[in-house]
Design a protein around this ligand. Structure first.
Ligand code: PLP
Length: 428
């Protein structure tokens, strides 16, 4: 595969941009080589600056559930942009977006739009602290909640990929206020609440964890979290930045039938432009300024262009039987890859739910960050490189999920499974 132009651009980028990338997950550090520079995308495909074509399973890490450059989404952007980009004053689009989200996820009685998932989580945690008057937050190892100070402890995604244990720049106070427990370990939560209950402002969880690779909640884990937090008056925050509108219109909370106190959203609700949101019980949300004392703000919060992109995406999702088709293709992809590995005698553990999946290079089961870390990272790197050579673009890390979009065809899935079969054989 010719990658001359990408190499030239990366050489220049490292002299101008820290590490050559504007987000660490884009680096190829964990898999070797240099990142490809993308020129454009259409549907399920992306094209690099050297003209190579790939079936894309990164989907910009989640937002692109309709695929690249969907015509109706592009038309919505153009139409809205004609009328002005941002006003610093309310628009009807904000009410429409709030109506749509709150009807899909009734636990959000009130919400606030922000500009990223990081901002949504940071604001939800401040609000939970302001509401309870407490400081400590329970999170789970390997879950990623954006890069705000307190949430970097034992975080997944790029932090896991680069094996960053403690992040310099995070104050001792911020780190001390975060209690990191094992995902799926309800007993640890019970014990911690028993010990620190009166000091805990929130429990935050990815209801389906997708930042240590895809790790599913064990039966009873989320229900148990809800029960324990309710009994002790601790707000439960579902970080649905990935799962919101990915697992279905009502997200993980709809799928598992659990009402968190607060929810964080991002990715799909922006349809590919920068957006986040947080919301929840009115009683909690009304502690926010201007009605309450907890301050939170944003110059571009709820900006019209992002909202029209997100709204068009959500409307298309609501109007079509997209989710069942996504599920079908995702099952086919995961099962095909698992069978290919088995045929080659390579030990993998495949996890899949809705349109997300991960192939862990370990026998498994993978139930938390420790078991995810047992994966053979060298084997993943070889698999990644073989797949790339065959025109399949995966995230350059064992600790990320693959996302399919409504534009991934049966043919794309079949081609990917064949590429995986060949890649497994090449690895022997
Ligand atoms: N929460 C989760 C579950 C995420 O996966 C991410 C990003 O990947 C974030 C929060 C942070 O979102 P953003 O990158 O938009 O700041």
């Amino acid at each position: 595969m010719e990658t001359k132009r990408s190499k030239e651009l990366f050489e220049e980028a490292v002299k101008l941009i820290a590490g050559g990338v504007n987000s660490p997950v884009r680096a190829f550090k964990a898999v070797g080589g240099e990142p490809l520079f993308i020129s454009h995308g259409k549907g399920s495909k992306i094209y690099d600056v050297d003209g190579n074509e790939f079936i894309d399973y990164v989907s910009s890490y989640g937002p692109l559930i309709l695929g690249h450059a969907h015509p109706a989404v592009l038309a919505a952007i153009a139409e809205t942009a004609q009328r002005g980009l941002t006003f610093g004053a309310p628009t009807e689009l904000e009410v429409e977006m709030a109506r749509l989200i709150t009807s899909a996820m009734p636990s959000l009685e009130r919400l606030r739009m922000v500009s990223s998932g990081t901002e949504a989580v940071m604001s939800a945690i401040r609000l939970a602290r302001g509401f309870t008057g407490r400081s400590k937050v329970i999170k789970f190892d390997g879950c990623y909640h954006g890069h705000s100070d307190g949430m970097l402890a034992a975080a997944g995604s790029g932090v896991a990929t680069l094996s960053i244990a403690g992040c310099p720049g995070v104050t001792k106070g911020a780190a001390e206020d975060t209690i990191a427990l094992d995902y799926n370990d309800l007993e640890a939560v019970r014990g911690t609440i028993a010990k620190w209950g009166g000091e805990i402002a929130a429990v935050i969880v990815e209801p389906v964890a997708a930042n240590m690779g895809l790790v599913l909640p064990e039966p009873g884990f989320l229900e148990g979290l809800r029960k324990l937090t309710q009994e002790s008056g601790i707000p439960l925050i579902f970080d649905e930045v990935i799962t919101g509108f990915r697992l279905g219109l009502s997200g993980a909370q709809g799928l598992y039938g659990i009402e968190p106190d607060l929810t964080c959203l991002g990715k799909i609700i922006g349809g590919g432009l920068p957006v986040g949101a947080f919301g929840g019980r009115a009683e909690v949300m009304e502690h926010l300024a201007p009605i309450g004392p907890v301050y939170q703000a944003g110059t571009l919060s709820g900006n019209p262009v992002s909202l029209s992109t997100g709204l068009m995406t959500l409307k298309i999702l609501a109007d079509n039987a997209i989710y069942s088709q996504l599920d079908e293709r995702s099952v086919k992809l995961s099962a095909g890859i698992e069978a290919g590995a088995k045929k080659a005698g390579i030990k993998v553990f495949c996890s899949q739910i809705a349109s997300m999946s991960t192939v862990f290079f370990t026998e498994g089961p993978v139930t938390d960050y420790s078991s995810a870390k047992r994966s053979n990272l060298g084997a993943f790197a070889s698999f990644f490189r073989s797949m790339l050579e065959r025109g399949i673009y995966l995230a350059p890390s064992q600790f990320e999920a693959s996302f399919i979009s409504a534009s991934h065809s049966d043919e794309d899935i079949e081609k990917t499974v064949r590429a995986a079969e060949e890649s497994f054989l090449e690895m022997l």
